[in-house]
Design a binder for this molecule. Sequence first.
Ligand SMILES: Cc1cc2nc3c(=O)[nH]c(=O)nc-3n(C[C@H](O)[C@H](O)[C@H](O)COP(=O)(O)OP(=O)(O)OC[C@H]3O[C@@H](n4cnc5c(N)ncnc54)[C@H](O)[C@@H]3O)c2cc1C
Length: 794
Amino acid sequence: MGQRTGELVGEVNSAHKFDTDALFRYCSVHVEGFPVSSSRFSVSQFGHGQSNPTYLLELQSDHLVKRYVMRKKPPGKLLQSAHAVEREFQVLHALGTHTLVPVPKVFCLCTDSSVIGTPFYIMEFLEGRIFVDPMLPGVAPDRRRALYHATANALASLHSADVDAIGLGGYGRRNNYCNRQVERWAKQYIASTGEGKSERNPKMLMLIDWLRQNIPSEDSSGSTAGLVHGDFRMDNLVFHPIEGKVRHNNGFELDITEGVPSLEEYLSDYCSAAGKQWPVASWKFYIAFSLFRGASILAGVHSRYIMGNASGGKRAQDAGEKANDLIQIAWSYIQRETVLSQNPPSVTRGKDYAYGIANDKKDEGLESGGRFVPNKKVKELRDKLIKFMEERVYPMEQEFSKLAQSSMRWTVHPQEEKLKEIAKKEGLWNLFIPLDSAARAREILFEGRSDDAIGTGFPNQLGAGLSNLEYGYLCEIMGRSVWAPQVFNCGAPDTGNMEVLLRYGNKEQLQEWLIPLLSGTIRSGFAMTEPQVASSDATNIECSIRREGDSYVINGKKWWTSGAMDPRCKLLILMGKTDFNAPIHKQQSMILVDINTPGVKILRPLTVFGFDDAPHGHAEVSFENVRVPAKNILLGEGRGFEIAQGRLGPGRLHHCMRLIGAAERGIQLMVQRSLQRKTFGKLIAQHGSFVSDLAKCRIELEKTRLLVFEAADQLDRFGNKKARGALAMAKVAAPNMAITVLDTAMQVHGAAGVSGDTVLAHLWATARTLRIADGPDEVHLGTIAKLELQRAKL
Ligand SMILES: Cc1cc2nc3c(=O)[nH]c(=O)nc-3n(C[C@H](O)[C@H](O)[C@H](O)COP(=O)(O)OP(=O)(O)OC[C@H]3O[C@@H](n4cnc5c(N)ncnc54)[C@H](O)[C@@H]3O)c2cc1C
């Protein structure tokens, strides 16, 4: 709960007393509307803040009470350039007169120290609230987020003020700001510490050296010059007394709505509002600098406390210790390898819910229903997943890509395995498993008991009991990064293969293959497509599976067996023919093949537009007299087509869901780029052609998302067969939409878009394959048209 500004005052500190009569006389002459006489003139001091003593002046004449605020320098010898009330007055005056940045009205500046002992200025008193604790206790959670959002916008608006236009152009130098600041605060620290003052910390001297060596290159050009607040924080903002608006910063007028954001969300808000680049390269410097500066200020406060002229009481007494804490924190921070993700959070929470399905910002929204509105359970998982992506997956993307392009490309990054363990613990594991498949496995494996009888030591092996539709809200989040799905054990082709086992495997097969797949200790491949035949028509498949006693012997060649290059790949589900003379759809069977069986040869990895998708890979594999136990046949001979149909339904709808996420990432990146880059004197975002392209991308994405959800919903309600029309439509629409959106995003990025420096090219390449890999468009279009024509015949 915020405290009222009027309640934050107390008696004037003895070190800060001054001649109140002299102040009254001065104000009567210089402050517009200030009474010439008053039946009561009282002065109290704000207890909050240690910099410049600030006072509340109250005057009563008849029944009217007038209030002003006076701010002055502290008494005694002061550090050079600190406590410059003259500067504060000048900036507030310029902003108040020439901009819409809401600051309190300033009335007069007195630089004559003979009046009350130091220079001071008078400004209007604004009734309002101050939130001392930035976690905003007592504020409804749903209002915290926008409070922060609004403060980020306010800071951005301050930074956007045109200093030349508001008369502050000659006010300070524009280049080498950081350089000058480091030197200034270093000097202040030295001056405030040492004998008889606050104790000097040698680590601070090391910190100063580090800062000097790491000043960002932009500093010397002055290209980022603007107004710098210097102490912008929650408790330096005054909020509206009732409406929950900021009144000034010393004063900005803003709306408040949601929960406290993460640092990256907040920074992302600020960068968007200010049109600034995501500061991945310079962030470590700025944070370390800010901590250093805070430490220097606190050391100054502590020294003034020791010398008896600090405001702030106990807080001033503890300031020396706090300064040392900040120095330590700065050092630990500097030593961190990564301090900021490569890219801003995919979409900040508030924005994430702005469209279509995602309109689940408020609980009321959930209660009021709607066709595709996720329920509370899904929403919680979704929030958790978004956080996981932002904090753990996006920051690792570059690192994973680096390994995948090195000579060690066919090995797994150890961090991937670590992330899998964390995802398991957080319950973000195997979320793809539909309720009915989980029920079957539970029944077969441990006779309906819901405990972890499959003995891998963690719960949620069989997912979170979600429907296909519910999973759709989550799967699209995973699709935002090519590296994400496997971290949650939701990557292709494992999900489709697990689904096959869950639906069609017997107890022995589940125990041998499903359990390690569920726990993520092995991976798998699906071997159907063959180089020598048109495999979109699976009746063409030629690989033979011949029965010999207790075994089947396999001979044939497959290609595009995704995942077979992965060192963890242990299982291949292979489709071939057990009877070349049976009716056309009864010739095929599926069989489980241990990849290490003699005769299985990985011939080469294939590439997609040059990407080999290491360490996962798409392999060409030959099978020469590969002998596998007869018990490995799935469901029985001649059932392969039936299983393929079951697998291709939900398993491949996941691709569509992920494509929505990939396109969402494309939009996010193109928007960021457009707000950062200028061509022909304008930001890309200000060019009409971009605006139109962006809007069209959003329309296409939302249309497709609805179609994908519709297909998932039909799958849940009517089953695979009846949902086939909607599934086919989604499968055509999703890759085509994603290609268009990602292509536009690449275009907006110029040459960078087609390079490996952003995720766009890889996402695009993957999306493009899905016009073929998920069954060619033409086949799905054929299904849709056939259904239309059938309907006409009825
Ligand atoms: C990245 C990637 C990953 C893959 N992963 C796997 C995997 O893990 N396991 C696996 O078994 N396979 C995989 N595949 C292969 C994929 O399933 C096949 O490429 C797909 O089924 C098409 O078969 P095909 O390549 O033999 O094309 P073909 O069957 O030769 O078809 C070629 C073209 O013919 C046209 N066509 C086909 N049918 C019709 C029709 N009815 N009407 C009009 N035109 C038509 C279409 O334009 C089609 O693109 C993958 C492919 C890619 C690119």
